[in-house]
Design a protein around this ligand. Structure first.
Ligand SMILES: [Zn+2]
Length: 340
């Protein structure tokens, strides 16, 4: 090879390497078994629960269930996901409601499915799932706890959270709601973790976006969970235009909610915003205290009747890929998103 040819080949391969390393989807994703590049997330369920405890905060704890029994109960539901090639599962159960990163790590190793745990608290339900000390804590103090978990791992597990999961009551933010959103902003700015907020109607999303603005956090760092609860399309449009991730995460086996969500997806397509849509079930998982974990909803509805419904409504395979693979990788990829 002449030196010119060698030089050209060198430049060509250098550019190839540079273009691969600069691929936008190569942000990292923090799973319970370690970091992976966002391109390895694959088909993702962005909002589910392996275990969820709605009991009073004083009653919550690992003593309420046997990990092996939970895993035995949950394994078939994860096996059901294999034919659909689901590679990643985001567990939104916050602290004080049954978050158990070790359980998630064991389940992930047994199934080969990536699982993402979280840092964050749940202020919805009038704050009854919050620790009492919160009333004396500032947003900065809460953020310090969350940033500590993001950097050093949750408790003594060494397992790191891959998302900030909070919940607020949508109609008029309470002081606790505001504190959690502010703490989530501070945690995002320090860790780059995305904020996923159980919200509901648009009023709650607007109110939270105001807090994001105050802290200089870009709306693209925010997932509006349960957006299907907002009936006004113009409000969904206004929020989508800000760059927020719109999560239609209430897919159920029943026809009525599925039709409603598919109508919203068609609307998002009409306004060219399918690149901001996330789809999931918000299935509640194992409920400690109930016989054999109670009635547990499937995590695969999305890939069966719901997918058929969307295809029959003119949503294409490429658009499904966008919503189930590309969007989660972009939404959960870890990086700080400041307002430019
Ligand atoms: Zn949820």
């Amino acid at each position: 090879m002449t030196s010119f040819k060698f030089f050209s080949a060198f430049v060509f391969f250098s550019l190839m390497i540079l273009s691969v390393s600069c691929r936008k989807d190569e942000y990292k994703i923090v799973t319970v078994t370690g970091e992976i590049p966002a391109s390895r997330m694959g088909i993702t369920l962005p909002h589910e629960h392996v275990l969820f405890d709605l009991g009073m905060i004083d009653s919550i704890g690992f003593h309420k269930y046997n990990k092996d029994s939970v895993i035995r109960r949950m394994l078939p539901l994860f096996e059901e996901l294999k034919p659909f090639k689901v590679q990643t599962f985001v567990d939104g159960t916050p602290e004080f409601m049954g978050r158990d990163p070790q359980l998630l790590a064991d389940l992930s190793r047994k199934t080969g499915i990536n699982i993402i745990s979280n840092v964050g608290w749940y202020a919805a339900d009038n704050g009854r799932h919050l620790p009492r000390e919160i009333k004396d804590m500032s947003a900065e103090e809460i953020a310090l706890i969350w940033i500590g978990e993001a950097k050093n791992g949750i408790g003594n597990t060494g397992i790191k959270p891959g998302v900030i999961s909070i919940a607020i009551d949508s109609i008029g933010l309470s002081e606790n709601d505001k504190k959690l959103v502010a703490a989530a902003c501070l945690t995002h700015l320090e860790t780059g973790l995305t904020i996923m907020s159980h919200t509901g109607a648009a009023a709650g999303a607007y109110a939270q976006l105001k807090i994001l603005e105050k802290y200089g956090v870009d709306p693209s760092a925010f997932i509006w969970s349960h957006a299907m609860e907002e009936a006004s399309r113009s409000k969904v449009l206004t929020i989508a235009e800000k760059g927020v991730w719109i999560a239609f995460d209430g897919i159920l086996p029943e026809m009525e909610p599925s039709v409603r969500i598919s109508e919203m997806i068609k609307y998002m397509k009409s306004i060219r915003r399918l690149d901001h849509v996330l789809l999931s079930h918000d299935a509640g998982g194992y409920q400690p205290g109930l016989p054999n974990g109670g009635n547990i909803r499937s995590y695969s509805e999305l890939f069966g009747s719901f997918k058929l419904l969307m295809l029959s409504e003119g949503i294409t395979q490429d658009e499904l890929y966008q919503m189930m693979v590309k969007n989660p990788a972009a939404a959960f990829g870890v990086r700080v998103r400041r307002v430019k």
